[in-house]
Design a binder for this molecule. Structure first.
Ligand code: NDP
Ligand code: TDO
Length: 283
């Protein structure tokens, strides 16, 4: 079963590589951006002609949430046009696409669990362009699994856990937002779930929500990171209005995972258990 991973140089791409090695999945390739640039349909065509993939995992994205507010065009190109390019080439070669999207497609202004059919109403450019990408895929391709995830972290790339550990070394006190709630997701767990879906050989295509179990705030997430790592730093709770950022972020973007669990029988770890695992690997 041939699999190719696009956007392999990023955080999730590295996690897929690690999990593929752990599970001895060998019929998988991780083309460089030079060979798998999602903005170059001709390159994608050459790649697909050569590899004839049964499954394509798209990890390529523009993920700089604040910067996106000033770089709308490039953000939209990658998150929308790039997603559409992949869907078209998957359709041509009859490949199944596993695409990754985000909780930031939701406005998240009501403290209730979000299901896949809830209306998406992004509050920032990143979320808007990710939603556009989801729509482009569903219009172009039937055989897709679009997984919305949230608050991804791992030992690879840039993420909140690594930022906190760095800042914790540099400062005695940190202000962290307490009134935004969500579910952290260890990207290694997400990578495992992606392979579980592929190996299920299911044709229950569509949108699914995936995060680790449990709910927290960025403030509690930060405190837990420092507790587990035994780093002494004073974490001060701050409100969103006191912590000014370019992009507006959802106040409550906790996603219901019943659909993915029931469809594929996936067991999802609790967020603090996965965080301990990640921190032990980091140290
Ligand atoms: N990080 C998070 O907290 C969350 C992420 N997601 C989604 O999960 C997915 C994976 O995210 P993550 O791994 O963390 O993101 P990263 O930013 O770590 O990785 C994205 C990768 O895409 C690459 N890329 C950008 N443009 C292109 C292109 N034109 N062609 C090929 N590759 C390209 C980037 O390369 P380069 O660095 O050279 O630009 C980068 O390596 C994304 O779809 C993201 O939207 C969802 C929720 C949370
Ligand atoms: C660094 C820092 C951040 N924060 C806040 C800002 C923000 O509300 C929250 C997280 O900030 P970050 O910039 O690390 O994370 P951010 O880039 O907003 O994370 C998002 O990334 C995209 C790609 C997604 O898809 C989302 O699911 C989500 O993971 O923490 C603090 O309060 N204090 C701090 O010192």
């Amino acid at each position: 079963m041939k699999i190719i991973v696009l956007g392999a140089s990023g955080q999730l791409g590295h996690c897929l590589k690690k999990v593929a090695d752990e599970r001895s999945i060998t019929d998988i390739s991780f083309p460089s951006e030079q060979d798998g640039n999602i903005l170059e349909p001709t390159l994608l065509d050459i790649l697909f002609e050569k590899e004839k993939p049964e499954f394509v995992i798209n990890c390529a994205a523009y993920t700089a949430v604040d910067k996106a507010e000033d770089e709308i065009d490039i953000c939209r190109k990658v998150n929308n046009d790039g997603a559409e390019n992949i869907a078209k080439v998957c359709s041509k070669y009859n490949s199944t696409l596993i695409h990754v999207s985000t909780d930031f497609v939701f406005k998240g202004n009501v403290p209730q669990l979000l299901v896949e059919t809830d209306p998406a109403e992004p509050e920032n450019i990143y979320g808007l362009t990710k939603l556009e990408g989801e729509i482009a895929i569903s219009k172009t391709l039937t055989k897709h699994f679009t997984l919305r995830t949230s608050w991804l972290y791992s030992e690879f790339g840039n993420n909140f856990v690594k930022t906190m550990l760095r800042l914790g070394k540099e400062r005695d006190e940190l202000g962290v937002i307490i009134d935004q709630a969500g579910s952290p997701t260890y990207a290694i767990d997400l990578a495992g779930a992606i392979f579980d879906i592929i190996h299920s050989e299911s044709s229950a295509y569509g949108i699914y929500h995936y995060s680790n179990e449990g709910v927290t705030s960025w403030f509690d997430f930060a405190k837990t990171i420092f507790d587990i790592s035994q780093v002494e730093v004073h974490v001060k709770p701050v409100k969103t209005v006191e912590y000014v950022t370019k992009a507006v972020r959802p106040a409550y973007s906790v996603m219901d995972k019943t659909k993915i669990k029931n469809t594929f029988g996936i067991r999802i770890p609790y967020w603090t258990d996965s965080l301990k695992e990640c921190i032990s690997r980091l140290s």
